[in-house]
Design a protein around this ligand. Structure first.
Ligand code: ZN
Length: 340
């Protein structure tokens, strides 16, 4: 620390050199490398956390660049997976941080493995299924989890401290957190930055051990209509909550084993996730597909089917089918191309 890299942060009294060395010894897991994940990861890597794992299932597209700050036009042109592009950029910002980029759609098994030994989980996802999974892992393994959500010019942040605060499940009973999605109303970049500024401030408090300063309220804002509120939720914790109550069962950690089809937010895309673990054999796929319609990089294989559909195969077995919001349509196409 003698090179002065963190001198401004160390001069900030609540952190100091002691807090800085705590940061250096910490491991943060960020689920999602979209708008929120790219912004919070950059701040945490610049702040000098010891280790950062960032996980994402998607690849970079031009429409991401308006708000996903780690990515470039070259990343979009190369269809680079976000986890890989983020890792490269973050490593060039601070080579002293150990950075892991994981290309995966986070489900139960992945999250249990990824969360092992981390000090904090940050929300960079766009769906409540993953958030509820993170919420259960946070409760079961006593890992702080900072929820963040952003849509339009609005945002929400809440720090979940197991055994101290209500969990996300408790909050959902009280406050409407969902509603509009990026599909219908879009999002502006300053709203993203505001959410991650609040999230990362909370993260720095937690990682340096200043729990007394962690905001117990749900923070919300509307940048366009000049509104900012703090909602007191400390009494929202329920004794009968299945995740954080007196006899928790962690419902989102229950095992489910089936090929899953999901429509992705605002993307005109269906994601298919085969059950169990598998490795997609690109060589075998290429034998079956017309070569002039196939493009490949080390991480994914993309195939244009007819005029309207593009299928993107990942090595972990996942497939994205662009050009449809219809699960039945996607299913038919998937089994036609991949076989039973
Ligand atoms: Zn709860």
């Amino acid at each position: 620390m003698s090179d002065g890299r963190y001198s401004r942060q160390e001069r900030f009294r609540p952190i100091g050199q002691k807090g800085q060395s705590k940061l250096a010894g910490s491991h943060v897991l960020i689920i999602g490398a979209g708008a929120l994940g790219t912004s919070s990861s950059e701040q945490l890597v610049r702040a000098g956390v010891g280790k950062l794992t960032i996980v994402d299932r998607d690849y970079v597209e031009l429409s991401n660049l308006q708000r996903q700050q780690l990515y470039t036009e070259a990343d979009a042109a190369a269809h680079l997976p976000k986890a890989e592009a983020a890792k490269r950029r973050l490593s060039s910002i601070n080579s002293t941080v150990s950075i892991e980029g994981v290309i995966a759609d986070v489900q139960r098994e992945e999250l249990l493995r990824l969360a092992d030994g981390v000090d904090l989980m940050m929300d960079g996802t766009d769906n409540f299924e993953t958030r509820m999974l993170m919420n259960d892992v946070a409760q079961k393994y006593n890992i702080p989890y900072i929820y963040g959500g952003c849509v339009g010019g609005n945002g929400l942040v809440f720090s979940i401290l197991p055994e101290k605060t209500p969990c996300l499940g408790c909050l959902l009973e009280r406050v409407p957190l969902g509603g509009a999605t990026c599909d219908t109303v879009g999002v502006i970049s300053p709203a993203v930055q505001m959410v991650t500024a609040l999230q990362v401030a909370e993260a720095l408090k937690i990682l340096t051990g200043d729990f007394a300063r962690v905001n117990p309220a749900l923070m919300t804002f509307d940048l366009w209509n000049n509104d900012r509120t703090s909602i007191k939720v400390s009494n929202a914790r329920r004794k009968d909550c299945p995740s954080c109550g007196d006899s928790p069962v962690y419902p989102y950690l229950e095992e489910v084993n089936a090929t899953k089809f999901a429509v992705l937010c605002g993307r005109d895309t269906v994601q298919i996730r085969p059950s169990g673990t598998m490795k997609r054999d690109f060589a075998e796929l290429k034998r079956r597909l017309p070569s002039e319609k196939v493009k490949e990089n080390p991480f994914l294989l993309s195939y244009d089917h007819g005029k309207h559909h593009r299928m993107v195969f990942f090595r972990d077995g996942r497939v994205l089918i662009h050009g449809t919001k219809d699960v039945i349509d996607a299913k038919k196409l998937y089994y036609e191309i991949v076989g039973g």
